[in-house]
Design a protein around this ligand. Structure first.
Ligand code: ATP
Ligand code: MG
Length: 586
């Protein structure tokens, strides 16, 4: 593996921007950084208290920025509605007053089941102001995944819509004994309370609850890519990392127009779709609609987006649509583009550089880490295919654990598990009801991520694959990412997933599932051509032995390819937890 990966054909130098990057010199910031200093940039509350919502809104209103637009909501219809920091302050105060008046108290778990509508954002921040725990659920979940997540988190209150309640909640309500209140944002229905009249009657002022930095603030469920989703607990202290990583990794600055395309039902849509953009006093764009190529290019251009944070699945769909889809639109205001959630193939980074005059900056983190841990920065060279370098304040390493003994691998390009030294503010404080699993994630002072990676001589990290997905074929370790990236280079390929299948002689053989670009027809010739291409790039031991064409690949609703499902189906094994499965195309 050492010979094949980590040799990026191109290095992309930082592109010229009108303003200097927040972090002009990675090395200098890394050596001077401290979390204590990062925290001192925030306000805090008297007596050592800290509340995310105060840092996100109240702090800016108090310093005279109440009139700045905080949230620009684009409805499915295309209509725009602006909410200033002052509006958000008042509305979230009202929401916190509503919770209090209905007996929802500090520490209670408040869930949302809503699309990307303003009520969701108001509920999130109002919940935090009230000292309650915010837990967003993805609105496309069915009743069973909703029930499971509400039961394990002990949900006490829920904000949803009439339609979602009737379709998904009414049947499970009786099985949620802790659930005392269900508010509906668009009128009431049997068993729910209409939120609007309560909001109208509520006071504009609210004395924010003085939460301890270690009080639980957020509950997020993982994507369920490798198995049953885990409930991850985060505390108010996490805001220190949200704020600092927003500034250093996403280069956010006050006054920017910022668009994070993630839904708050997943951690990215909360950490970087609500908290970091507000603590950094940007104007954040929220689009209610689902992905659409033309709409997205339209938003980037019409809203004059400065910083854009999206995901590989969407990027691959943009590439698939071709440059023609951009038409006459230009993006002179776009300063920084970042990607997270899945490995970002080098092809996609280079495509962005050709198309936008700047690369996508890949970054790596997890629901568990609460914030970005490894990233490509605005002022640093980008090596396409690499996740970048650890955030200042983060110590990352490559380790192996054999017979209970952990060894750190320091040689360049040694492959092992990506591990982090715990201690940053947004690290999870627990897996709900899964203490043993939580304990198992730590060893000898390291947090073990479950992902495999390598670090090159310059300190850049390279993703290999999830530990579960590693393939051992005829004595070679094969990371799915390198095989997928090689196939992605071929002009016919839109998307690809690689797995290992048991084989008597080789141990495992590599199989690829390929979705083709529109207009390309599958054929045996194309299959052979793709195998030939992979052999040339990777050598016969690593190239796939077999390629199957698929219309779509199975993905989680957060956009991650579910390789485990491809494998289970291929082998006729049980599919396991598929509560987060989105496109189901066997
Ligand atoms: P589960 O833990 O339930 O299987 P999940 O790990 O997909 O789900 P998330 O916390 O949403 O849930 O995703 C984090 C994972 O996503 C990482 O551990 C990694 O495998 C993958 N990931 C995130 N960013 C990147 C990236 N830039 N490159 C490669 N992989 C990434
Ligand atoms: Mg995970």
């Amino acid at each position: 593996m050492t010979d094949r990966v980590g040799k990026s054909p191109t290095i992309i130098k930082p592109h010229a921007t009108r303003v200097a990057a927040n972090m002009p010199d990675y090395g200098a910031t890394q050596s001077s950084f401290s979390w204590v200093t990062a925290e001192s940039l925030l306000d805090g509350l008297p007596d050592g208290h800290l509340n995310i919502a105060h840092e996100a809104i109240g702090r800016h209103v108090a310093t005279g920025h109440g009139a700045q637009v905080a949230l620009r909501w684009i409805a499915k219809s295309g209509a725009r509605t602006d909410y200033t920091y002052g509006d958000l302050e008042r509305l979230t105060n009202r929401f916190a007053n509503v919770l209090r008046s209905r007996g929802v108290i500090k520490g209670d778990k408040v869930y949302t089941l809503l699309g990307r509508v303003p009520d969701l954002y108001i509920a999130a921040l109002g919940t935090l102001k009230a000292g309650c725990v915010f837990c967003p659920l993805f609105s496309a979940f069915g009743p069973e995944p909703i029930h499971a997540r509400m039961e394990i988190g002990g949900a006490n209150a829920m904000i949803t819509s009439k339609r979602l309640y009737r379709r998904k909640m009414a049947g499970i309500r009786g099985a949620l004994p802790d659930l005392r209140e269900v508010f509906t944002v668009d009128g009431d229905t049997d068993g729910t309370v209409h939120l609007q009249p309560l909001m109208d009657a509520a006071d504009d002022d609210f004395d924010i609850v003085r939460t301890d930095p270690e009080d639980t603030a957020l509950l997020h469920f993982t994507s369920g890519t490798t198995g049953k989703p885990k409930g991850v607990v985060h505390v108010h202290q996490a805001v220190v990392a949200h704020d600092a990583t927003g500034r250093l990794a996403l280069d956010l600055r006050a006054g920017d127009t910022y668009w994070c395309t993630a839904d708050p039902g997943w951690v990215t849509g909360t950490s970087y779709g609500i908290i970091a953009p507000l603590t950094n006093r940007t104007t954040m764009i929220v689009d209610e609609a689902e992905f659409d190529v033309s709409r997205w290019y339209g938003i980037l251009a019409d809203e004059a987006v400065n910083v854009w944070y999206t995901a590989p699945t969407a990027i691959r769909m943009l590439i698939k649509a071709g440059a023609d889809a951009i038409g006459t639109r230009r993006f002179p205001d776009l300063r920084f583009m970042a990607s997270v959630g899945e490995p970002l193939n080098p092809e996609a980074v280079v495509w962005a550089n050709d198309t936008f005059g700047q690369p996508f900056h890949d970054n790596w983190w997890q629901t568990e880490t609460g914030g970005i841990m490894i990233a490509n920065y605005a002022a640093m060279d980008v090596k396409p295919g690499s996740m970048g370098k650890p955030l200042p304040g983060i110590q990352a390493g490559i380790v192996t654990v054999a017979d209970g003994v952990l060894t750190e691998l320091t040689a360049p390009m040694a492959m092992g598990e990506l591990a982090l030294r715990p201690g940053w503010p947004s690290m999870m404080r627990g897996y709900l009801n899964e203490q043993a699993r939580y304990d198992k994630s730590f060893k000898d002072g390291w947090y073990l991520s479950g992902d495999l990676a390598m670090r090159d001589a310059d300190g850049y990290f390279w993703f290999v694959g999830r530990a579960d997905d590693l393939i051992k074929s005829a004595g070679h370790f094969v990371g799915p990412f390198e095989v997928e990236s090689a196939l992605m280079e071929h002009a016919a390929v839109a998307e690809v997933a690689v797995i290992g299948l048991p084989d008597e002689t080789a141990g495992q053989i590599v199989k690829a599932y390929v979705a083709l670009k529109p207009g390309v027809t599958q054929s045996d010739d194309l299959r052979l051509e793709l195998i030939g291409h992979a052999r040339k790039r990777l050598g016969p031991a690593v190239a796939p032995k077999d390629i199957a064409f698929r219309q779509n690949l199975p993905k989680t609703r957060s956009g991650k390819i579910m390789r485990r499902l491809l494998k289970a189906r291929e082998l006729g094994l049980p599919e396991g937890d598929i509560s987060t499965l989105e496109s189901d195309e066997a």
